[in-house]
Design a binder for this molecule. Structure first.
Ligand SMILES: Nc1ncnc2c1ncn2[C@@H]1O[C@H](COP(=O)(O)OP(=O)(O)OP(=O)(O)O)[C@@H](O)[C@H]1O
Length: 335
């Protein structure tokens, strides 16, 4: 299913289009991206050395791994821009290396945006629209809708090469969406974006996923992905080492608990049998301790019990995001 922006008129509000609850495909639906046994070497460097991947339709999935773990190489293969040495790939139902139809249903945003020197921002998009065989009027309407969606309409007639890094990233996102892709592959899309643009990108991607688009996104900034992704796939040294569904609130995590009265907190914890851990990361913050909690419901119960016992609790929050926690527990290795 494609997710066209309406021709003309204001861009859709991605937040307004998102239904309540996680989107998710119907049970048993085929994954939008399926890779099996992928390998790709450059000379002696085994950039991708055993990737298995299944990405749920309509999900936002993080592709996470240290420098040199093969994320860009994998995304290039999935986009049909690089042939694997071994292994099979299905994106939107076909092999993107051999199927022009599959490629036409993919949106690709590389980690750096190369521009043609002579084209303005809107011409970059209308040129791409032409390459996807959109008619002149439709391509122009789509280009303007996308410029508005990424807040670049004021710079539409500026030469694209004069845009700032963050503006180029936003134009790169618009370019990746010109063909209303079913599958969107994004390589470090948030690098160079200011905080507001990051929030807007998050809302845009969630809105696209709510409309059925599948998004696979690589980034090193795990905190930024945390609030946006449904699933995560972890790579190290060219191999997938883990795939997780996030956001279920399950799994033991370390939380930071802060009280206005540290002694009262310690007394209550001793009586209630709650083991507290010293918070060595924030030695200057008085009354801050760490506590391991089984899941979100247990955190709510802990908070209710402490407050009910008269402990003046200021805050209780996870020490790290789900993604960061999952990442740090893995045996990842830079190269
Ligand atoms: N065209 C190439 N020629 C030779 N080696 C390459 C080429 N492309 C990638 N590599 C090597 O393959 C490995 C994986 O690179 P890749 O760019 O896929 O990693 P990455 O996870 O995207 O890294 P980063 O997070 O730093 O962007 C690296 O060791 C890299 O040096």
């Amino acid at each position: 299913m494609s997710t066209p922006l309406p021709a003309g008129g204001p861009p859709p509000d991605p937040i307004a289009t998102a239904p309540p609850g996680p989107p998710g495909p119907p049970a048993g639906a085929a994954p939008a991206i399926l890779a099996r046994g992928l390998h790709r070497s450059f000379g002696t460097v085994r950039a991708v050395a055993g990737v298995d991947l299944a990405v749920r339709r309509g999900s936002v999935t993080a592709l996470v791994g240290p420098n040199g773990s093969g994320k860009t190489t994998l995304l290039l293969i999935l986009a049909g821009l690089l042939a694997p040495d071994h292994g099979s790939v299905l994106v939107a139902g076909a092999d993107p290396a051999s199927s022009a139809l599959a490629r036409s249903r993919i949106g690709w945003m590389p980690d750096s945006f190369g521009t043609w020197d002579s084209l303005t921002a809107v011409e970059v998009l209308t040129t791409m629209a032409g390459a996807y065989r959109l008619g002149r009027e439709e391509g122009s309407a789509r280009a303007w809708d996308l410029l508005r969606a990424v807040h670049l309409d004021d710079l539409a007639t500026a030469p694209a090469h004069t845009l700032s890094r963050g503006q180029k990233q936003r134009l790169g996102m618009a370019r990746a969406l010109i063909n209303s892709p079913d599958v969107l592959l994004l390589d470090e899309p948030a690098s160079g974006l200011d905080p507001r643009s990051r929030i807007e990108m998050r809302a845009l991607l969630r809105g696209l996923a709510a409309g059925g688009t599948t998004v696979l996104i690589s980034s090193h900034v795990l905190a930024e992905l945390d609030e946006m992704v449904d699933d995560a796939v972890f790579l190290t040294r060219g191999r997938t080492i883990s795939a997780e569904q996030l956001g279920t609130g399950a799994g033991t995590r370390r939380w930071r608990l802060r009280s206005l009265d540290p002694a009262a907190l310690q007394r209550w914890a001793a009586q209630a049998g709650v083991p507290l851990v010293a918070d060595t990361d924030t030695p200057d913050v008085e009354g801050s301790v760490l506590v391991d909690v089984a899941d979100d419901a247990a955190a709510a119960a802990l908070l209710a019990a402490a407050v009910g016992a008269g402990v003046p609790v200021v805050s209780l929050a996870p020490v790290s995001g789900l993604l960061e926690q999952a990442y740090l527990t893995l045996d990842t290795d830079r190269r």
